[in-house]
Design a protein around this ligand. Sequence first.
Ligand SMILES: Cc1cc2nc3c(=O)[nH]c(=O)nc-3n(C[C@H](O)[C@H](O)[C@H](O)COP(=O)(O)OP(=O)(O)OC[C@H]3O[C@@H](n4cnc5c(N)ncnc54)[C@H](O)[C@@H]3O)c2cc1C
Ligand SMILES: NC(=O)c1ccc[n+]([C@@H]2O[C@H](COP(=O)([O-])OP(=O)(O)OC[C@H]3O[C@@H](n4cnc5c(N)ncnc54)[C@H](OP(=O)(O)O)[C@@H]3O)[C@@H](O)[C@H]2O)c1
Length: 424
Amino acid sequence: MAGQYSAKEPYLSNITENTLLNGPGTSKETRHFVFNLPKSGMEYKVGDALGVIAENPPHTVEQLLQVTGWDGNDLITGPSGEASLRDVLLTQVEIHRVNKKFIQSLADKITPLAGMVKARISKRVRIVVGESNEAEWQWNGDSGNWPEGYAPGSLSEDPSSIITNLVDDAEAMENYIWSRDYIDVIGEFGLNHEPEEFLSLCDKLKPRLYSIASSMDVHPGEVQLTVGIVRYDYHGRSRGGLCTVHMTDAVELNKTPIKVFMSPTKSFILPGDASKDIIMVGPGTGIAPFRAFLEQREFDGGEGRNWFFFGDQSEKTEFYYKEQIEAWLDNGTLYKFTTAWSRDQAEKIYVQNRMAENGEELWQWLDNGAYFYICGDKSRMAKDVHKTLIQIAQDHGGLSEIDATEFIEKTLMRVEKRYLRDVY
Ligand SMILES: Cc1cc2nc3c(=O)[nH]c(=O)nc-3n(C[C@H](O)[C@H](O)[C@H](O)COP(=O)(O)OP(=O)(O)OC[C@H]3O[C@@H](n4cnc5c(N)ncnc54)[C@H](O)[C@@H]3O)c2cc1C
Ligand SMILES: NC(=O)c1ccc[n+]([C@@H]2O[C@H](COP(=O)([O-])OP(=O)(O)OC[C@H]3O[C@@H](n4cnc5c(N)ncnc54)[C@H](OP(=O)(O)O)[C@@H]3O)[C@@H](O)[C@H]2O)c1
């Protein structure tokens, strides 16, 4: 199905639409993206995901070149081949978050402190004291031997003990790297790595996967996504997720090439028999594949009923694809649409609460052969929905806890393959 393009040989697409799905006053940024597809060689079915290969923001690359003093025009061999250092930093490695390997490498290098500190002071001196003082200075190991006018700023401790503590304390390391990139760390500790060594420590730039939110039968020549944009501010700079920020901020509509490929699914598929009922649970960006499923079920026709549990923070600001959903309710494509707006009242209401409230009917659907799908957050939502399903089998199927667990986890999931998940 996926055709001639792949992660190694991606298609150079364009984004033709980028629409904010949230209403005014929201704290979220969820976007609908439309990508164009080639005339042939790149087909998909509903349930598949699109792989997107992003690039680092040019301003981050320029800042990194500035703090390291490296020449971006130098030819260098990166993890995916030879290019200018600037291009390798843009396209081959992840530089938007510092990794543990790099901090560990500082620990190995910080013993000859003078070398590390020289680089550190060079940078600070440029800002605090002025170019002329720094070039000749070398630390002799004596605490009184700091250059005149040097203010260590945030580093009140010996840098080597800070690094050693990070390497020895897993939690401190996680906290430290969570909010920092290489520019922050090099600004704090300096650097005496050559570019090749630095590049070998960085993580290779990886594609990101997105559940496809459209049916190809309904939108020929296009693939559509529903994406939660990751943004945050730390240490005086705005930053965010590599791919979501790239798609939103760096890609010019109908112009900037963006590398994509198909990632087909074998398991997260619609029932082959269109007369089967389906239940879909997809809060937040988990709506994506279910919009595609509903488009496909409407296109294909068939007797099977569709029940969608959706939720997000507020009905006013997060009711994504509202008009399309209301049209599906009007024309019967959606038999039932059950919502959980988590922040529209004092207590939290989540999709699993709505499932429990509708437990009797949900059990009847399952008992009659309905398929059950979940998409979205793996760490919390999918686990809670799973537990609720087992509880419903006990409360409404009259099963013991052991039998209910066996029914959900073995019969439904593995034997009959009608409990299917796309969680991330
Ligand atoms: C099969 C599959 C389907 C998916 N489908 C979708 C989909 O339909 N829609 C969708 O939006 N996503 C989807 N995802 C997730 C998607 O692939 C990306 O992981 C997501 O978009 C983030 O990518 P990014 O490159 O922008 O962020 P990254 O650069 O990968 O950064 C994300 C990481 O940033 C960190 N982070 C987040 N917030 C903060 C913060 N405040 N401070 C510091 N660090 C932070 C976290 O460690 C997080 O894991 C899917 C994933 C999979 C595996
Ligand atoms: N594992 C991952 O990396 C991962 C997983 C999911 C999403 N994300 C990323 O996070 C960003 C936003 O995600 P999103 O828009 O999909 O929404 P989301 O953060 O998953 O939230 C959607 C809805 O789910 C609710 N929710 C929170 N905890 C829940 C639980 N235990 N059970 C059921 N519902 C729960 C939220 O309520 P409240 O917020 O009011 O509590 C909200 O109403 C995106 O960038 C996405 O890619 C990452």
